[in-house]
Ligand binder design. Structure first.
Ligand code: C2E
Ligand code: MG
Ligand code: MG
Ligand code: MG
Length: 279
C-alpha cells in the first residue's frame, strides 16, 4: 500500500499524456499518412496580365480530411515544416504538379502559360532538393521555362550562399523565381537583388489595405516602382474586386491573382481556363 500512491500518480501521468494529444499532434500524425491515403490534392489558381489574359497558375495544396473536410494549408503547412514532413510533402507537390503539367502539355496547347510551385525554406535547403527536382523535371520532360518557384522572404534567414547557389542553378536552366508574400517580412528589394529573382508577389494583406491605409498604399507604390526599375515583374495577390484591379494596374502593377478572377480550382476546372484561353 506504501508504494501505490506513486504508482497511481505515474499511471495517471502516462494516461493523461497519452489521452491528451494536442490538436497539433493529432494533425501531425494524420498528415504523415495523408499522402498514402490519397488525401492530398492540388488546386490551381489563375494568374492574369493587365488585359486579364491568363499567364499562369499557382499550384496550391489541399488536404481533404475524411472527417474534418478541407484543412487549410495555413494550418497544416506550418505543422509540416516544424515536423519535417514538408520534405516528403514538398516532393509530392513537385512530382504531382509536374506530372499534371506534362499531361496538359501533351494533350493541349499551353502556349506561354507558366506554373508556380511554392517551396518551403527547409525544402529548398534540403541536401537532395536540387538532385530530386532535376530528376523529376527530366522525367516529366517539361520545359524549365514553364516553371516558377515561389519562396518567401523568410528563406533568406538561412545560409544565403547556398540559397544563392541553388537559385542560380535553376535560374540557369530557365526556371523563374518569385518572392512570395513580399512586404510583410524584413527584407528589402535591395537585399533581394543579390539573388536570381524574377518576380515580386506583393502580399495580399498589403494589397487589401491600399484603400484604407496610407502607409500600406505607399509601401505597395514604392515596391511596384522599385521592382519595375530593377526589371522585376510585379504581381498583386488578393485581388477581390475590379476596383482593386484598376487601382493596382494604374499604380504600375502588371500581374494579378485573386478571387475576383478565380478561386483556386481543381485540375479539371483549371483546364477549362486553359482551353478558353486558346480560343
Ligand atoms: P500563398 O503561396 O501566398 O498562396 C496564396 C494564398 O492566397 C492561397 O491560400 C490562395 O487561395 C489565397 N488567395 C488567393 N487570392 C485570394 C483573394 O483574392 N482573397 C483571399 N482572401 N485569399 C486569396 P491557400 O491556398 O489557403 O494557401 C495558403 C498558403 O499555404 C500559401 O500562401 C502557401 O504559403 C502555403 N501553401 C499552399 N500550398 C503549398 C505547397 O504546395 N507548398 C508549400 N510549401 N506551401 C503551400
Ligand atoms: Mg505562393
Ligand atoms: Mg502569397
Ligand atoms: Mg502566404
Amino acid at each position: 500500500a506504501n508504494c501505490s500512491v506513486p504508482v497511481v500518480a505515474l499511471l495517471l501521468t502516462v494516461f493523461t499524456a497519452r489521452g491528451n494529444y494536442s490538436e497539433t499532434d493529432l494533425i501531425k500524425r494524420e498528415l504523415s499518412l495523408a499522402i498514402e491515403r490519397n488525401q492530398l490534392q492540388l488546386y490551381y489558381q489563375p494568374q492574369l496580365d493587365s488585359h486579364k489574359a491568363l499567364i499562369g497558375f499557382e499550384a496550391l495544396l489541399r488536404w481533404k480530411h475524411p472527417a474534418k473536410g478541407f484543412i487549410s494549408p495555413e494550418v497544416f503547412i506550418p505543422i509540416a515544416e516544424k515536423s519535417g514532413l514538408i520534405i516528403e510533402i514538398g516532393r509530392w507537390v513537385m512530382e504531382q504538379t509536374l506530372r499534371q503539367i506534362a499531361e496538359w502539355e501533351r494533350l493541349h496547347h499551353l502556349g506561354d502559360i507558366a506554373f508556380s510551385i511554392n517551396i518551403s525554406p527547409l525544402q529548398l535547403m534540403h541536401r537532395d532538393f536540387t538532385q530530386d527536382t532535376l530528376l523529376t523535371l527530366s522525367q516529366a520532360k517539361i520545359r524549365p521555362e514553364r516553371i516558377k518557384f515561389e519562396i518567401t522572404e523568410t528563406t533568406f534567414i538561412y545560409d544565403q550562399d547556398r540559397i544563392a547557389e541553388v537559385m542560380q542553378h535553376f535560374s540557369g536552366l530557365g526556371i523563374k523565381w518569385a518572392i512570395d508574400d513580399f512586404g510583410v517580412g524584413y527584407s528589402s528589394l535591395k537585399s533581394i537583388s543579390d539573388f536570381a529573382v524574377d518576380d515580386i508577389k506583393i502580399d495580399k494583406s498589403l494589397i487589401m489595405q491600399v484603400f484604407k491605409n496610407e502607409s500600406a498604399s505607399l509601401v505597395v507604390q514604392k515596391t511596384i516602382e522599385l521592382s519595375r526599375e530593377m526589371g522585376l515583374n510585379v504581381l498583386a495577390e488578393g485581388i477581390e474586386n475590379e476596383e482593386y484591379f484598376e487601382y493596382l494596374k494604374n499604380m504600375g502593377c502588371h500581374l494579378f491573382q485573386g478571387f475576383h478572377f478565380s478561386r483556386p480550382l481543381p485540375a479539371a476546372d483549371a483546364l477549362t481556363w486553359i482551353k478558353k484561353q486558346r480560343l
